[in-house]
Design a protein around this ligand. Structure first.
Ligand code: SF4
Ligand code: SF4
Length: 716
């Protein structure tokens, strides 16, 4: 369980995880296999529709939580079940301990329950003198190691079979082989005894049906069924968020949960219990059955207009499976009890801001979790919201406050950048990189060469570029440059302009524009993000243009997805914001879909070119085909492995967590080189900065370009 109280300590823990070679290799293998399993299991199904169904059913249940609880309680009590509502984790634990005591239970078996992990139930029961044994294989292993789970579905994924064999040897006092089948047999033999002798079984629940008082548990090992049936007392602990109106709604979850979790069409067991069953030896021959619903902040969260949708979560764990951060360091460093993207969020709400404030910084905003989420939760947006709330609650770090102030003042920001051009001269060594940056600025950044500011920003050469506008334009396009292309890579904009003008686009470059504001949004500087958004909306006379195009995927995606919510409190801006959102497009889509570039427009060479798909293009905007078609039209396109996995840039993330950024970049560079291509192109200046900087530092022969630079060099 991550408990670092400051960033320095947390980074140290991250480095220890990064140094764990076994963990890294196991996570890499799992991440690659997971994607292909999931693609196979959803083949032929409408995944988006399945997600939308879950989201709608869960939203309705969240809004109706109190009524569903009352209905469930009435129906379950009719069937002889005792139903409780615990407001806090402590209340739930005390309640369960008192049920065990009242019924003279000594031995307690458990099947896997994240809700019981949330309340730290085992510790409380053990402290009260009960013997508690986990019966899920992974949970049993980590219980014996005195660890928390590193994954919500596969709690012991971080361990090798050798480590498990050693553990089983010490438990059984017999030498155990590291053959997995044999290890499973050892566990089965050991656990059987506990099943037979237990007085009480504690389970979780994947759903609780209000209209019948039924609980359901999905499980692969059969241990949940034994836990709920063999002991004379059964206690289920379940979050209020597991309430569903009916079986029809629960089945929507049952259909997607195993597919998203492990790539299975269905779990081996879907257990459902309605009421206390027969149990010889108990009074009235009936099982003693209790269901403890846990609130622990859920009813307040249900009323939260921005973050409440996190209660849709079905605990499939997929947001960890695809997360580049989780993949590097595992769940002990990317969560407190709950892990992955949802873990960062739930830690804040269930375990408090002290536990959450370092963790919540460790998100690169790649959007992979949102893309895979079984319940359609906008996890990155909620992570950013929590950062903003933490800044408001605790005060923002000085560097983010300063950046916010500078970005919200365009003239000051641009003056500083212009000054930087002169100030950097002694440290560039006449190269496009900052070669001799003082150590205090380079700390942790040695993994990549940092680019120098361009001799002239794009805005200073705009008049020249504008001269090439067609006399009789077919369409009018406004350029949104973003700060990286305006001040560091103006040549990317010049190349893009040539391509657009050649197909009849008349370009405009509104001078009042500035940074899109994503960096301050990522840092939780809400007010600065709003001010910058407003400044850019005012800079564009939107009605005059057919399109607004950005060569930076992050800018396009941020404007499209965040500006409406950032400016929602300003009714007078709504029309202009909506027009800007509607007209905003990315460079590849404009060239491919609107200007109609095909292979007839290029002198196709033999040069092998590979591609990196920027997170905010492929997931943020859903653009995947257009850039690849354009590359294939102009060159010999050689796909590389995991093209759509983040390069590790993430703006300020790569400065705050350089060790994580560097490890993510390393995998990207390895895949780039393994593709056999001599050029890598991408369509985001941030990704160019990261991958080109890493390639330069490594001495790679692969040239890294913006897509516009490749295409303009191949124009007929
Ligand atoms: S946005 Fe990316 S880095 Fe952040 S939690 Fe989601 S998957 Fe992980
Ligand atoms: S947030 Fe979404 S992806 Fe993550 S565990 Fe919950 S349902 Fe699964």
């Amino acid at each position: 369980m991550q408990t670092a109280s400051n960033l320095k300590e947390y980074r140290k823990e991250l480095q220890e995880a990064l140094d764990n070679e076994f963990l890294r290799t196991a996570m890499d293998k799992f991440a690659v296999a997971y994607k292909s399993n999931v693609n196979n299991v959803f083949a032929g199904l409408d995944r988006k529709a399945m997600i939308a169904e879950v989201a709608a059913a869960k939203d309705a249940a969240i809004q109706n939580q109190e009524a569903l609880f009352a209905e469930f309680k009435a129906n379950a009590e009719k069937n002889g079940v005792h139903v409780h509502l615990a407001r806090t984790a402590q209340e739930a634990n005390e309640l369960i301990a008192s049920i065990a005591k009242e019924n003279n239970c000594k031995r307690i078996i458990k099947s896997k329950s994240m809700t019981a992990e949330e309340t730290l139930l085992n510790h409380v029961l053990e402290d009260a003198g009960f013997e508690v044994v986990e019966t899920d294989l992974g949970e049993w292993i980590i219980q014996m190691r005195h660890e928390g789970p590193t994954h919500m579905v596969m709690p012991a994924i971080h361990l090798s079979r050798h480590q498990v064999a050693e553990l089983f040897t010490s438990v059984t006092k017999e030498q155990q082989s590291d053959d997995i089948q044999k290890l499973v047999k050892v566990a089965r033999r050991q656990l059987r005894r506990y099943f037979a002798e237990a007085d009480m079984g504690v389970t979780g629940a994947n759903f609780a049906l209000a209209d019948s008082g039924t609980i359901g548990i999905c499980c692969n090992e059969g241990n949940a069924r034994l836990t709920m049936t063999l002991p004379r007392v059964h206690v289920a602990i379940c979050g209020l968020d597991k309430l569903a109106a009916s079986l029809n709604d629960a089945l929507k979850v049952v259909k997607i949960l195993p597919r998203n979790a492990t790539g299975q069409a269905i779990t081996s067991y879907v257990n459902m219990v309605t009421g206390a069953n027969e149990c010889k030896g108990n009074p009235e021959d009936k099982k003693i059955m209790h269901i403890v619903f846990l609130d622990n902040g859920r009813s307040a969260l249900a009323k939260d207009p921005v973050c409440g949708e996190v209660l849709r979560c079905v605990r499939c764990g997929a947001c960890a499976n695809v997360c580049p951060v989780y993949r590097l360091v595992g769940g002990h460093q990317m969560g407190h009890i709950y892990i992955g993207a949802v873990g960062l969020i739930l830690t804040y709400f269930f375990h408090g801001r002290e536990k959450a404030k370092q963790l919540i910084q460790n998100c690169i905003n790649c959007g992979a979790c949102k893309d895979i989420c079984a319940a359609g939760i906008d996890l990155p947006a909620i992570i950013q919201e929590i950062r903003a709330r933490l800044n408001e609650e605790e005060g923002a770090p000085i560097e983010s406050t300063l950046l916010g102030k500078v970005l919200a003042n365009r003239k000051l920001f641009h003056t500083l950048l212009r000054f930087g051009r002169y100030a950097q001269k002694p440290i560039t060594g006449n190269t496009p990189y900052l070669r001799h940056l003082p150590q205090m600025f380079m700390r942790g950044q040695e993994f990549r060469a940092l680019p120098a500011l361009a001799p002239k920003p794009f805005r200073d050469i705009w008049d020249e570029v504008k001269r090439n506008n067609p006399v009789q334009p077919k369409l009018r396009v406004a350029l949104f440059a973003g700060c990286a292309q305006d001040f560091i890579y103006p040549e990317q904009l010049v190349a893009a302009a040539k391509l657009m003008q050649a197909k009849g686009a008349a370009l405009e470059f509104p001078m009042g524009q500035s940074c899109c504001g994503l960096p301050v949004q990522m840092m939780g500087e809400r007010k600065a993000a709003e001010d910058v958004a407003q400044m850019n909306v005012h800079a564009f006379d939107v009605a005059k243009y057919d399109y607004i195009v950005s060569m930076c995927a992050s800018c396009s995606s941020h404007i499209k997805h965040s500006y409406p919510s950032l400016l929602k409190g300003q009714p007078s801006e709504q029309v202009a914001v909506q027009q800007m959102v509607d007209k905003m497009t990315d460079f590849s889509s404009l060239l491919h879909d609107v200007l109609g570039y095909t292979e007839d427009d290029f002198k196709k060479g033999q040069e092998a070119v590979t591609y990196h798909a920027p997170c905010h293009l492929c997931r943020g905007l859903g653009v995947t085909k257009q850039p690849r078609d354009l590359i294939a039209a102009a060159a010999d396109y050689k796909p590389s492995a995991e093209e759509d996995v983040c390069c590790g840039f993430g703006g300020s993330y790569s400065i705050k967590f350089p060790e994580m950024s560097s490890a993510t970049l390393k995998r990207k560079l390895d895949n780039m080189e393994a593709s056999g291509a001599s050029v890598l192109v991408t369509d985001c200046p941030g990704c160019v900065m990261q991958i080109r900087g890493g390639a330069e530092k490594r001495g790679s022969k692969v040239k890294v370009q913006h897509l516009a630079e490749l295409l303009v060099s191949k124009m007929k």
